[in-house]
Write a protein that binds this ligand. Structure first.
Ligand code: PLP
Length: 396
């Protein structure tokens, strides 16, 4: 007998993966220059030079038993100290190495936190739409119920009335992601403070903390002088799930961390439960080489010039053609309203007529829109613009 839920998850490729596979297949037929693939969020800028230099130096000059050996479950002390010092310097917050737990990226970080907070099958975790679609299986396959908060389509901030209507005595946490995938929107300090006040009020009413799980793989990807508030500075019961996948262009290296502030309510116990959850999943001790690299490169930031150029070109071109887009201040995504309201029909017609691959965001809890990942070559964007124009002119 086979677990049917896992079977279904394995059998159905995500829309994103299906479009990506189609793009590869079509490239062989019509030529790669005639396929406009905006499906995947795979970074297109190289990792900072210091990252590659560190890898070479570590592999050449460090005892290979250490480089390829197990580390402590939570990660190397030096690397955790380097990250703690970087966070402390940037956000004026006392961060200790012992409050950090290294993970294989944001996905296992999120799952460990969810598992640690899933105290009964009734435990509820709120997801604010639009959201990364994997949150749903992450929550539902790890002992809790996913409760979806509909999107604020006016500004793509957080609709607090909708959050308030969904908090119950079983609410354990709310997952938020800013800069956001798929909208590219950065939640403002005012939004986050208001959310914090609401959660505090309800936590007092129900007699237990309601945590913010801040999923932050795009924290450093922000443009035009916009700042991304560091949520533990605004709401103490915050757990941060961070990843270097996007910020240092290292998605294949699987490295990130969970930060549980010591000042969070039950912070110590939560940290210990996260360590236990990681153990249950077999997700302890992420790649030692990458931990060492982060130890040296915790202060490295990406050069965002290429993403910023793409962002401006795409946003300006599409809005000029008449498309409505969420204001893209961060990440590398643009969320566009389907001209006639049916994003699936738009995506299908764009694919078949023009080999233009865009992702409808129904699975992100936001029907009627599609996502463009602009971590692509600039000339692909330029070549794709006539297809976008033809689509809107045809009124699909
Ligand atoms: N969270 C969000 C919002 C993402 O967009 C992604 C990946 O695209 C992840 C988490 C998973 O990131 P990682 O590669 O670090 O597991």
């Amino acid at each position: 007998m086979i677990n049917q839920q896992c079977y279904q998850l394995g059998a159905e490729p995500s829309v994103i993966r299906a479009l990506f596979a189609y793009g590869l297949q079509q490239a062989a037929v019509v030529g790669p220059e005639n396929v406009y693939d905006y499906s995947l969020g795979n970074p297109s800028i190289p990792a900072p030079a210091a990252v590659n230099a560190s890898i070479l130096d570590i592999v050449t000059n460090t005892d290979s038993i250490k480089v390829h050996g197990y580390t402590m479950a939570a990660g190397l002390g030096d690397a955790r100290s380097a990250v703690a010092a970087d966070l402390e310097a940037r956000f004026a917050l006392p961060v200790k190495a012992e409050e950090l737990f290294f993970t294989c990226g944001a996905a296992p970080a999120l799952i460990s936190v969810i598992k640690a907070l899933a105290v009964s099958p009734e435990s509820e975790i709120l997801l604010v739409a639009p959201f990364f679609p994997e949150y749903v299986p992450f929550v539902e396959q790890n002992g809790a119920r996913a409760v979806i908060v509909p999107p604020d389509t006016a500004h793509f901030q957080i609709d607090l009335a909708q959050v308030a209507a969904r908090i119950t005595p079983n609410t354990q946490a709310i997952i938020i992601n800013s800069p956001n995938n798929p909208s590219g929107v950065v939640y403002t300090e005012a939004t986050l403070k208001a959310l914090g006040a609401l959660l505090e009020e309800r936590a007092a009413r129900y007699g237990h903390p309601i945590y913010i799980i801040a999923d932050e793989p795009y924290r450093e990807l922000v443009y035009g002088g916009v700042t991304v508030p560091f949520i533990p500075c605004l709401y103490k019961n915050t757990v941060v799930c961070y990843s270097y996948s996007k910020s240092l262009s290292l998605p294949g290296e699987r490295i990130g961390y969970v930060y549980v502030p010591g000042f969070a309510q039950d912070g110590q116990a939560l940290y210990t439960a996260i360590a236990g959850a990681a153990r249950v999943m077999g997700h302890v001790c992420p790649p030692s080489l990458m931990q060492m690299v982060i130890g040296r490169c915790a202060g490295e930031r990406p050069d965002l010039a290429a993403y910023d150029e793409n962002r401006q070109l795409l946003y300006n071109s599409l809005t000029e053609m008449g498309y409505t887009c969420a204001k893209p201040d961060g990440a590398f995504y643009l969320l566009v309203k389907a001209p006639n309201g049916d994003a699936n029909a738009f995506s299908e017609a764009a694919r078949l007529r023009h080999n233009l691959l865009v992702v409808p965001t129904d699975g992100f809890g936001c029907p009627g829109y599609f996502r463009l990942s602009y971590c692509v070559a600039r000339d692909m964007i330029e070549r794709s613009l006539p297809a976008f124009r033809a689509m809107i002119d045809k009124g699909v």
